[in-house]
Design a protein around this ligand. Structure first.
Ligand SMILES: [Zn+2]
Length: 124
């Protein structure tokens, strides 16, 4: 699952999101081992988005990010997972939950572009 992750920040984010999807799936869908096919699809999608995240080591938590990189349907599905698993992470994966809280204080960095001052589309 972490084979393409480029750095520890993204690796931990990838691990956290995987744990949250697993927790959600296990309680809601009761799959026969592993994830159900829907949640597997969501997990694969989330990992691909992380690999493509432009922030990498400076990544904020996705909830705070101003780049909304998920397509609408996947965004709705991941929000559902977060709503369920977010509060439960403290119980099941307290260390990850605490680290995620700390990551959540990180501001979204400005995208580094070649000529940032000349980019009229920068969402500031
Ligand atoms: Zn599922």
């Amino acid at each position: 699952m972490l084979r393409n992750a480029r750095n520890r920040r993204i690796q931990r984010e990838a691990f956290t999101i995987e744990m949250m999807i697993r927790l959600y799936c296990r309680k809601k869908h009761r799959p026969q081992g592993g994830l159900c096919s829907d949640c597997q699809e969501l997990a694969d999608y989330a990992q691909r988005r992380l690999e493509k995240c432009p922030f990498q080591t400076e990544k904020p938590t996705c909830a705070n990010c101003r780049v909304h990189c998920y397509r609408a349907e996947m965004r709705a599905r991941i929000r559902e997972v977060m709503r369920y698993s977010g509060p439960r992470m403290l119980l099941y994966h307290p260390l990850l939950a605490v680290l995620h809280q700390i990551d959540g204080r990180r501001p979204t960095p400005a995208l580094r572009e070649k000529n940032p001052k000349r980019d009229p589309d920068r969402p500031d």
